[in-house]
Design a protein around this ligand. Structure first.
Ligand code: ZN
Length: 245
């Protein structure tokens, strides 16, 4: 089974189209989306339609939740809050059916018996950013499969846990472009594909990953797209300038 893994698209349609085109060329069996399809960017409706049309296995992100529960939006920093309020107004006016679909999205999904998907962390209670070993170590408490896929940090990442020791055994590998990691049997992994629409690792190209369960391998990829055009779309839509990729 070969999964295409995407996360944190954030309404960036040009980035998403580029990634889907690359995944089509690579050939995958199923698309996994780890949430935050909306927020920041000008095309949340088009992005959700594309993800749903592809029959992606999807968990809810905190930006989707913020559309359903305004008290979450209030806790966001300014640019994220303004953007999600814009998104929510637009979607409720134009496509209330998408709000209903978002309401149905689960927070956690188990797949293929040994794979779990969640937006931020497998340990419930408060959104967490698994940015380094110190943060990922305790999160392994919640990983009861070999592989846990997360997004949320907008940073490609790989954390490996061997043995029973909670923190000392966690190692990280960065997902540099075209990097891949062979997944060892007996170890557990927290894997992050990075962000399609708003990467925060210094490489502005759209990030995604391919997980091959037969070859026991994950590969991180980048897809280029017209970033100035995406920035112009953000500004033209009346979103805050800082919401642009
Ligand atoms: Zn995000």
């Amino acid at each position: 089974m070969r999964f295409g893994i995407i996360s944190d698209i954030h309404g960036n349609l040009l980035a998403l189209e580029s990634v889907l085109e690359a995944l089509d060329a690579e050939g995958i069996d199923r698309l996994i989306c780890l949430g935050d399809v909306v927020g920041y960017g000008p095309d949340p409706i088009e992005c959700l339609d594309l993800v749903f049309d592809r029959d992606a296995v999807m968990v809810i992100g905190n930006h989707e939740e913020a559309m359903l529960r305004p008290e979450i939006a209030k806790s966001f920093r300014d640019v994220a809050r303004e953007a999600i309020e814009w998104t929510s107004r637009r979607m409720r006016a134009l496509r209330p059916d998408l709000i209903e679909r978002i309401e149905q999205l689960p927070g956690m999904i188990y797949l293929e018996s040994d794979l779990m998907l969640v937006h931020d962390s497998p340990v419930p209670g408060g959104r967490r950013y698994l940015v380094n070993e110190a943060a990922a170590g305790p999160a392994f408490r919640g990983v009861d499969t070999s592989i846990c896929l997360v997004g949320h940090t907008h940073l490609p990442g790989c954390f490996r846990h061997r043995g029973d020791d909670e923190e000392g055994m966690v190692e990280s590998r960065s997902g540099s472009p075209r990097a891949s990691v062979e997944l060892e049997t007996g170890a557990r992994y927290i894997l992050n594909p990075g962000s399609v629409g708003q990467p925060r690792d210094g490489d502005p190209r759209a990030a995604y990953a391919i997980l091959d369960l037969d070859d026991h391998e994950i590969s991180w990829r980048r897809a280029g797209y017209d970033i100035p055009a995406a920035q112009a779309r953000t500004l033209a839509s009346g979103l805050p300038a800082r919401a642009a990729p």
